[in-house]
Ligand binder design. Structure first.
Ligand SMILES: [Fe+2]
Length: 187
């Protein structure tokens, strides 16, 4: 790559591959989720992912670039975690939902970082129509991340629903709680 424009178009193509892989993997994770609110949030993520793909295609079309030329290896790696999400007899549904949320948030953060870079390049290159489209997507990605954080907090706060009996805490008695976190101290 010789120019910032080359790097920008490369980033857009990689993002296109990322969104496509996420779209294909989401139905599996939606099926694995138990909490109705989480399931609904993931379904809306699926719809937004289709929207993001549409915007990326529009941006690439404006630069006469085809979307299929790159593979996003980063997202491919993160999605291996989704593939390894096994549903086993005796699993606790809340624990599995928390696992799903963590795995989805890792993907979200990757997307947020990638869209952030792409938007910065677009700004520098003066592609202001692209900046507007990429900003919309970036805001939706952040919104989805916030939604997942809220879902996680709700599940964790409802402590009666999170089984802790198998937690072996090597720090027991040393001022840490059962999850190994330091207690909150009022200042
Ligand atoms: Fe996305």
């Amino acid at each position: 790559m010789k120019t910032l424009q080359d790097l920008y178009l490369h980033e857009l193509q990689v993002l296109c591959s990322a969104e496509m892989q996420i779209k294909n993997a989401l139905p599996r994770i939606i099926k694995a989720a138990s909490c109705p609110d989480l399931k609904a949030a993931l379904k809306s993520h699926y719809q937004l992912t289709q929207k993001h793909l549409g915007r990326l295609s529009e941006v690439l079309r404006n630069h006469s670039v085809t979307p299929q030329d790159q593979t996003c290896e980063g997202i491919y790696g993160l999605l291996q975690e989704w593939k390894n999400l096994q549903i086993e007899e005796g699993d606790d549904a809340v624990v599995r939902d928390l696992d799903i949320i963590a795995k989805c948030q890792r993907v979200k953060h990757y997307e947020i970082a990638s869209y952030g870079s792409a938007r910065a390049y677009a700004e520098q290159l003066g592609h202001y129509d692209d900046v507007a489209l990429l900003t919309e997507t970036l805001e939706e990605e952040s919104g989805m991340d916030d939604e997942l954080t809220s879902a996680s907090i709700i599940l964790l706060c409802d402590s009666s629903r999170v089984p802790k009996v198998n937690v072996v805490n090597p720090r027991a008695g040393s001022g840490y709680d059962s999850l190994g976190h330091t207690p909150l101290v009022a200042l």
